[in-house]
Design a binder for this molecule. Structure first.
Ligand SMILES: O=P(O)(O)OC[C@@H](O)[C@@H](O)c1c[nH]c2ccccc12
Length: 233
């Protein structure tokens, strides 16, 4: 049993999508379309978001203030998405209102990953560890207390590729074997059908920004019970 509010919320959700607030996509294209963070958060809450991700990283037009603003708007557990490399950033994340923090395996030496996971847990934050390959799983301690997410895009090329959902499908058994209670697939999930396919494969959460910020109807995105009853694609 986990003591993580973030993990509990995802595991208990009818629509287990980590809905993301992201100002721009990787190509610099605006995703807000004139809406405020309050408009977006209200839409996400109405669609039953169990938790919300806030991109504070500059590549995507984010700032730490965006996290603070979203934290004032909602009680939902929040994930900070940025490039965390130092322990003091964990304290800051907590102070801004985060419940979980992104730790990106592709960008962190193994020793830093180990110490940041442990430090995050000690700070009361859930590590949201993002990987792109099986070898990166070796450096994740306390996996039973972490969300482990497969990034379908390549962070080293600043996510300018179109992504490969097959990566998530291939890595799910390794994630489960590593011991995370909450395997997540992140990035490049562009349609409700792709989302349903990943949930049917066994993912317990999906992290989506671009497609949700562009969708006309958040309620068209899958729910757990809808997915269970749908005929296999
Ligand atoms: O817009 P998408 O393709 O749905 O992707 C969301 C999310 O995975 C992406 O925003 C992301 C993945 N890793 C990051 C690291 C920092 C900031 C943002 C990210």
């Amino acid at each position: 049993m986990t003591s993580s509010r973030f993990i509990e919320a995802l595991l208990g959700a009818e629509r287990p999508l980590v809905m993301e607030v992201k100002r721009r996509d990787a190509h610099g294209i605006d995703l807000m379309s004139g809406r405020t963070p309050a408009d977006i958060v209200a839409g996400y809450e109405a669609a039953g978001a169990p938790c919300i991700s806030v991109v504070t990283g500059r590549w995507f037009g984010g700032t730490p203030d965006l996290l603070r603003d979203v934290a004032r708007l909602t009680e939902l557990p929040l994930l900070q998405k940025d490039f965390i490399t130092r322990r003091d950033q964990l304290e800051t994340a907590r102070a801004l209102g985060a419940s979980a923090v992104l730790l990106t395996a592709a960008l962190l030496p193994a020793s830093s990953m180990r110490s940041l996971v442990t430090a995050a847990l000690r700070t009361g934050l859930t590590p949201f560890v993002e990987i792109t390959g099986e070898a990166e799983l070796e450096h994740v301690p306390h996996a039973d207390e972490c969300v482990i997410a497969v990034n379908n895009k390549d962070i080293k090329t600043r996510e300018q590729d179109s992504g490969d959902i097959g990566r998530s499908l291939a890595l799910l058994p390794a994630l489960t074997a590593a011991g995370t209670p909450c395997p997540v697939s992140a990035s490049a999930i562009d349609t409700p059908e792709t989302a349903a396919r990943l949930l049917r494969a066994g993912y317990r959460g999906l992290l989506i920004a671009t497609a949700l910020l562009r969708t006309e109807d958040l309620h068209a995105w899958p729910t757990v019970s809808g997915t269970r009853h749908a005929p296999a694609a």
